[in-house]
Design a protein around this ligand. Structure first.
Ligand SMILES: *[C@@H]1O[C@H](CO)[C@@H](O)[C@H](O)[C@H]1NC(C)=O
Ligand SMILES: *[C@@H]1O[C@H](CO)[C@@H](O)[C@H](O)[C@H]1NC(C)=O
Ligand SMILES: *[C@@H]1O[C@H](CO)[C@@H](O)[C@H](O)[C@H]1NC(C)=O
Length: 401
């Protein structure tokens, strides 16, 4: 072991020791403060109590430790509501052996405190009042790594004259009412603008033609026989015994059409999506599909070995840092049950990266290859030498561990 490395691990041992001591001290301080409280609830009092009980960590942290823990010495004070939410909170019935603790630390993304200005904006609101209409700020914070976002004690912006959704199955293929959406964060201010934007807007937008349910969306994954990188749902399902693919996940599922098509086959799919210049989550929900608002950085919120299928189209590609992608592929392997399918749909990269980076990366995870198709991606011009891979991968039924 060379000496810089050794120094680093010595200093990080000190850091852990420090964190351990600091959190014990914190717990002690909080316990002594909170035990003296009665059990009545007063939101404003909780905030001030917790804020006062929270020792200011800055003066005691050494610059090295501060840098490593992400708290820099010039960090302004964190918002009181943030501290109220994230501070350790005593369990009312004392020590709990499932937790192995007598308190609970509500979770937020570790990097939240790296963005004090945005965090301050996000956590500034009237407790028990209306939240600011700040979807764009929240999403930026989340995409930068403050995920999960802290909870807030306020009511989210909502349309003033909301209407009930269409009943299923009509909801699957009808454009919902404009009044189901808070439009503030988006360029378009109604669905007809979103439906028409592929003809009118030049700017690149995620899933530009997706909101047009009469357009290409209508026929995706339905071709009798897909060819090359276009697989059809029925072709994929035919790989397994009928009825054994029942539940799953679509990562970066646009407007939820994959889940709608699977629903028509009695298969339940949860669809993750961001709201990149469009109300994707609201739209998915209006169709009667479960939207899940998590980015590709977040650990998948499912238990090991549970899902029958994971699908992902267009989102997984060479824009994702390689190490993050490696962790993500292992996470997909983790949540799939043995014998479950991973349909990697239209993964794209530059030709040269295929053999150098992505084939070894994908092969290293431990899936069996059921189908593997490579095709040219020409939408941005052939001179870019971009290619698509569509792969149908199976987690081994036996000895997958
Ligand atoms: C919280 O807000 C609701 C709805 O505006 C109101 O009815 C209630 O009285 C408020 N509670 C407190 C403690 O301010
Ligand atoms: C939708 O919004 C566009 C501008 O984005 C506007 O020109 C159009 O009149 C609106 N359509 C409806 C039906 O409200
Ligand atoms: C879906 O389930 C319903 C109710 O069990 C059944 O009637 C229908 O035939 C099923 N559809 C498919 C495509 O399996």
């Amino acid at each position: 072991m060379d000496s810089p490395h050794q120094f680093r691990s010595v200093s990080s041992n000190f850091l852990y020791l420090f964190i351990l001591l600091a959190s014990n001290l914190l717990t002690f301080l909080l316990s002594s403060t909170l035990f003296s409280c009665s059990c009545s609830f007063d939101p404003t009092q909780t905030t001030t109590t917790t804020t006062n009980a929270m020792p200011n960590p800055n003066p005691v942290i050494t610059p090295d430790a501060a840098e490593e823990s992400g708290i820099t010495s010039n960090t302004p004070d964190l918002p009181p509501e943030f501290l109220a939410f994230t501070s350790p909170q005593l369990l009312p019935f004392g020590f709990n052996s499932n937790f192995d603790s007598d308190n609970i630390l509500p979770s937020v993304g570790r990097p939240c405190t790296l963005f004090p200005d945005e965090l301050n904006h996000f956590m500034s609101y009237k407790v028990n009042g209306s939240c600011p209409d700040d979807e764009l700020l929240a999403q930026k914070l989340l995409l930068k790594g403050c995920e999960p976002l802290p909870r807030r004690r306020c009511r989210p912006a909502a349309p003033p004259d909301c209407v009930e959704p269409f009943p299923i199955p009509r909801s699957y293929w009808l454009t919902p009412s404009d009044s189901s959406v808070v439009w503030t964060a988006y360029t378009c201010k109604n669905y007809s603008c979103l439906v028409n934007r592929r003809h009118k807007q030049k700017a690149f937008d995620d899933c530009k033609d997706c909101f047009d349910l009469e357009g290409p969306e209508k026929v995706r994954w339905t071709a009798k026989k897909g060819n090359g990188v276009e697989l059809s749902i029925d072709e994929v399902l035919s790989v397994k015994k009928p009825g054994t693919i029942r539940i799953g996940l679509d990562i970066g599922g646009g407007v939820g059409t994959f889940a709608v098509r699977m629903m028509e086959r009695n298969i339940t799919i949860v669809t993750t999506s961001m709201n990149l210049n469009g109300p994707f989550n609201t739209f998915i929900a209006s169709r009667g599909i479960v939207p899940l608002y998590i980015s590709i950085s977040q650990r998948l919120p499912f238990f090991d070995n549970t899902l029958d299928i994971v699908h992902s189209m267009h989102v997984l590609s060479n824009w994702i840092p390689t190490t993050l992608l490696h962790f993500l592929l292992f996470d997909i392997y983790r949540v799939l049950r043995p014998g479950g399918l991973f349909w990697l749909d239209h993964f794209f990269c530059v030709e040269k990266q295929l053999e150098e980076v992505y084939v070894p990366l994908i092969e290293s995870v431990g899936f069996d290859k059921v189908k593997w198709e490579v095709g040219r991606k020409l939408d941005r011009g052939p001179e870019l030498h971009e290619i698509y891979i569509t792969a149908l991968l199976e987690k081994p039924l036996k000895n997958s561990w």
